[in-house]
Design a binder for this molecule. Sequence first.
Ligand code: ZN
Ligand code: ZN
Length: 491
Amino acid sequence: MDLLGRSFRCTCGREHHVPIRRVVVGDDAMVRMGEFARDEFVARPGPGNTAGGARAILVADRNTYAAAGDAARSALEGAGCDVEVLVLGGDGGNGRCVQGVLEADEEAIGRVLARLSGCGSESDVALSKSPEPAAGVAVSAAARKTFAVAVGSGTINDIVKYASFKAGCPYISVPTAPSMDGYTSSVAALLLGGFKRTLPAAPPLAVFADLGVLSRAPSNMVAAGFGDLLGKLTAGADWVLARLVNGEYYCELAAELARSIALECLERGSEIGTRTKGAIKSLTEGLIWSGIAMLMVGNSRPASGAEHHLSHYWELKSLREGRPQPFHGTKVGVATILIAGVYADILGRDPRGIDLADLKRRHRSREEREERIRRFYGPMAGEAIIETAGKYLPWEEREKKLREVVARWDEIRDTLRGIVPGADRVRDALEQAGAPATPEAIGFSSDWVWEALANAKDLRMRFTVLDFADLLGFLDEIASAGAYKRSQGGS
Ligand SMILES: [Zn+2]
Ligand SMILES: [Zn+2]
């Protein structure tokens, strides 16, 4: 907990900065939020701040307001804030609603921005990077500090995160469902001009998650959050693999933050399913801390690997074909089983037996690689080719890398075997939690599985076990047979 609001030099050699100052997951979260708002915004000591007061813009949709809006409002009012409520979404709310679903689009962002306008000039202290209250900052008695409060899950959080970033205004996150790890991230997933985009933003100043509210969240959202959390297990393995094979930068602290609670929750699937408070608390903390791990290293490496690439691949394909989308974490959970299967497969092989002459004959030229990307990525191909151009190795470089891997195979295999959970354990945990645990359960055929396993590596520059399988020449074989059978409970 002492990482919060701090900058520090880490054993990884880098300086980390965590601008989030408070994380509370508990039954008393709203009480603690009131105290925080009073200390931070209403009664911050400083010359001239006699009774300036504070203005809280509380943003929710109808469902999330019903879940936690009144409690958040009265906590803030009790702390002395003037609270303005903005309910987004259909049926009398503001903002566009597509088929009953609120989107994080220009309209919703604009409505929040309109309420926050001018707040950057009123509130100059809360965004300061100093972990301690900036003593002596003068705020005139007339100036009221404005801050936003996002009461909701992914969409509300993304809207408020982006709007408050644009307005130069701090925000507090009040999660209503443990559904994904984006609450504490520094990016916002938006729908702009009809396209899904991820844009830079600022993380919340604090997160106050009420356990009672989280325990009553819709079961498919809890299941999705559990899938996203279990994905940290294969994501962490990919990071270790990239360090071993490519000497990639690695931070043990960030890796552990993202992974340790996921590992603990792997044994608590049935408790997640029955929503014991202890398990919901762990799940929520796991998601929050994996977001903080990403903040620390400045990208999503600690929390996102091949399982996320599969999920993104399916998402793009579903969008192209106009098919409905399962939740992000639901896809990630299913993909984590598949990737755990890929690990088991590859670690059970021995690259010392690879026939280099045969592999050289099958080696693809850069043109052949790009041709393949065009075949599977359609209109996205150009972007994918540019994004992953650096992944291509001419044969001489690939052979050199292969020889290095072969020379260190025992170390690589033993290290990873100690990290990656078995596919069966991941599947059992998801099933116990009542989450979908096969591709079919979320409407994805075996063709979709094969296609994603064989091609998802071309989506992002990040090195994962799928690139490793490709390097060794095993990927096509693993994609078409082994991993998928494993996901079905076969041998
Ligand atoms: Zn995720
Ligand atoms: Zn570090």
